[in-house]
Design a protein around this ligand. Structure first.
Ligand code: SF4
Ligand code: SF4
Length: 165
C-alpha cells in the first residue's frame, strides 16, 4: 500500500494557524483537541542581529490525512487553506523528492487514532508523582484504538459510527 503524508516547508510558514483552524472545522474537533498544531521554536538570539524563530506545524494522532476528502480527490483541509501555500499532500516517495530541493522542510506520515478511542486522555504515569510530568500520554484503557490506513475507504470511519459502538 502506498503511504501518504504531508510535506511542510517551514521556512515560509507564517504561523497563521489556518491549518489548525481548518482541520478543526473539517473534523468537528472540540476545544482542546487538534489534528495539527503549530509549534513555536523561538524567538531566541543565535548571535547579535540574528534570531532563531521557526513555526513548525505538526500533525497529531487525530490527523487522518483527511481521508474523507482525499478519497474524493480533494486535498486535505489544511493544505487547501494554508495561506502561505507551504503544505503538500501526496505519496511519501513523491514528497520525499521535494526534500532534496531545499532545506527547512519536514515530511510527516501521521498515525491516526480514531476519535472516540481518544476521548479521555490520561497520564500513563498518573500514580507516579515523580514521573507525572512526563510528556507521554496514553489513551484511556477503556477505549479501543484502531489504526486507519489512509486512502482506504473501508477504514474511513466517522465520529458518529464509532460513538455507536
Ligand atoms: S491532513 Fe486533514 S486531518 Fe491531517 S492535519 Fe491536515 S486537515 Fe487535519
Ligand atoms: S496554514 Fe500554512 S502558513 Fe499558516 S501556520 Fe499552517 S502551515 Fe504555516
Amino acid at each position: 500500500m502506498t503511504a501518504f503524508g504531508l510535506l511542510i516547508d517551514y521556512e515560509y510558514c507564517s504561523g497563521c494557524q489556518s491549518c489548525e483552524v481548518s482541520c478543526k472545522e473539517e473534523h468537528g474537533y472540540p476545544v482542546g483537541k487538534w489534528g495539527i498544531r503549530v509549534m513555536d521554536d523561538g524567538p531566541w538570539e543565535i548571535e547579535p542581529g540574528h534570531m532563531n524563530w521557526n513555526k513548525v506545524p505538526i500533525p497529531t494522532d487525530l490527523c487522518d490525512l483527511c481521508a474523507g476528502r482525499t478519497a474524493k480527490g480533494r486535498e486535505p483541509a489544511c493544505v487547501h487553506h494554508c495561506l502561505a501555500d507551504v503544505m503538500k499532500y501526496g505519496p511519501v516517495a513523491e514528497l520525499a523528492a521535494f526534500m532534496e530541493e531545499k532545506p527547512k522542510q519536514v515530511l510527516f506520515v501521521p498515525q491516526y487514532k480514531p476519535y472516540e478511542a481518544r476521548g479521555a486522555f490520561v497520564s500513563a504515569r498518573k500514580d507516579d508523582a515523580s514521573r507525572r510530568r512526563a510528556a507521554a500520554m496514553e489513551v484511556d484503557a477503556n477505549a479501543q484504538v484502531e489504526f486507519a490506513t489512509h486512502r482506504d475507504d473501508s477504514d474511513v470511519r466517522n465520529v458518529e459510527e464509532l460513538s455507536e459502538q
